[in-house]
Design a binder for this molecule. Sequence first.
Ligand code: SDX
Length: 429
Amino acid sequence: MGKNTLSITDNRTDKTYEVPITDDTIRAMDLRQIRVHDDDFGMMSYDPAYKNTASTRSKITFIDGAKGILRYRGYPIEQLAANASYLEVAYLVIYGELPTADQLAKWEHDIKHHTLVHENIRPFLDGFRYDAHPMGMLVSTVAALSTFYPDAKNIFDPESVELQTRRLIAKMPTLAAFAYRREQGFRYNYPDNDLCYTGNFLNMMFKMTELKYESNLAIAKALEVLWILHIDHEQNCSTSTMRMVGSSHADPYLATAAAAAALAGPLHGGANEAVLRMLAEIGDVSNIPEYLDSVKRGERKLMGFGHRVYKNYDPRARIIKEYADDLFAVTGSNPMLDIALELEKIALNEDYFAKRKLYPNVDFYSGIIYQALNIPTSMFTVMFAIPRTVGWLTQWRELLQDPEQKIARPRQIYDGEGERDYVPIEARG
Ligand code: SDX
C-alpha cells in the first residue's frame, strides 16, 4: 500500500496538495491551504448534521454500526449487561477500568450519600402546571442545580469535577422521581439508602403508604440492564450537545441540562415515548400492513426503527428483547409487545426497510419494558436521561482533558443577501 496521504488536485488552479491521512481521516484544517487567491479564506468541508465528521478522539465507547457492535471501554455490552451492576458499569465508563470490590463499595457509598436535593427544588417543581411534561421539569431542575452548587464552575479542579460527577449521578433519579410524583399529584418520596441504586429509584417513584418500600428484585434487575444499555453511545446528538456546551466552559449542570434537552427530541431519546404512542395508534396486529404502507408513502416514520450509525440490528435492542420475556414472566405480558414483535417481523421482510438498512434500535423495545414496570409513557425519555448522564459526564470530562479541544464554533456557507442600504419605513413597498 502507498503513502498514508491524500493528493488533492484543485482543477481551478492545477495545484496539487498532499494531506496526511490519520485513522482513515484527514484534518479539515488541512483543506484551508487550498485557495485560488492568496487572500482567500481557504477551503472548508461542508457537512450538514455532521453525517461524515469526527468531532473528537475518544476512548470511551466503540460502535461498529455495520456489525452491530457496542463496547464500553473495550468490554462488549452483552457481557456487561449479563454480569455487572449498573454502578459497576458507571464506574468502568467514567474511570476506564472495572472497579475492585473495595472501589465499588466506596463508589456505591459515595453515590448514595448525594441522593438528596435541596429542599427549594420542591417549591420550584410546584411552580409547574399540573400537566407539565416530566422532561421539561427534569431539564429545568438539572439546570437549577447549577445555582445550588456554584463551586461546579471550577471545572479544572479535579476534586470539584469528582464531586459534581457524584452529585449528578446520585441526584438524577431523585429529580426524575420528583417530576413523576409532581405529575401524578403524589407526595414526594425521599431516598432510602438501604436500597440499591435502581431499587431506591423505584422506591422514590412508587412508595405510597407502606412504611418501607420493597422493590421486586426481577424488576430492579431489569432496570439495571436497561440503564446499563443506555449509559453511553459515543457522539450522538445529546452527547455532542454536552460537549458543545462544555466547550464554552459552562458548568456540568448547565451542560447536562442542555444535553437532556437535546435527548428529548422524538428523533433521539424521545423516540421511546413515540414508539408506545405508535403501537397504541396501531392498536392491533391486523392494522400493521396499513400502517407500514403509510410509512412507505413517506407519511410518517416507523418510530424505534433506523439509526445514523447502526446499519444492522442495534445490539441493545436485541438484549432488551431477550430480557422482555423474563420480565413479563413476573409482571404479566404486555399486548404492546405482541404488536411490536409482529411489526418487526413484517417490517424486516419489507424491501423499503431492508434497502434503507432500517432495523429496530434501542428505543423500539425499551418503552414496552418501561410500561411493564408501570412507568407512564411521559417518563420514558426521563428514564433514558438518568443513565445517559453517566455517558454525558464521562464525555465532558474527556473533553476537558483533551489538549486539542477548544470552544466549538463551526463555520457556514453564506448564501444570503449581498450588501444593501437601509430603507426608511415610509419608502418601503
Ligand atoms: C437514538 O445517535 C445515537 O447513537 C442515538 C441513540 C443513542 O443511544 O444516543 O442510539 C438513541 O436516538 C436512537 C434513534 C431513535 N429515533 C427513532 O427511532 C426515530 C425514528 N428513526 C429515524 O428518525 C431515523 O432513523 C434516525 C433519526 C434515527 C436516523 O436518521 P438518519 O441517519 O438521518 O437517516 P435518514 O433520515 O437520512 O434516513 C435515510 C432513509 C430516508 O429515506 P429516503 O429519503 O432515503 O427515501 O431512511 C428513511 C428516511 O426517510 N428512514 C425511515 C426511518 N428512518 C430513516 N423511514 C421510516 N421510518 C424510519 N424510522
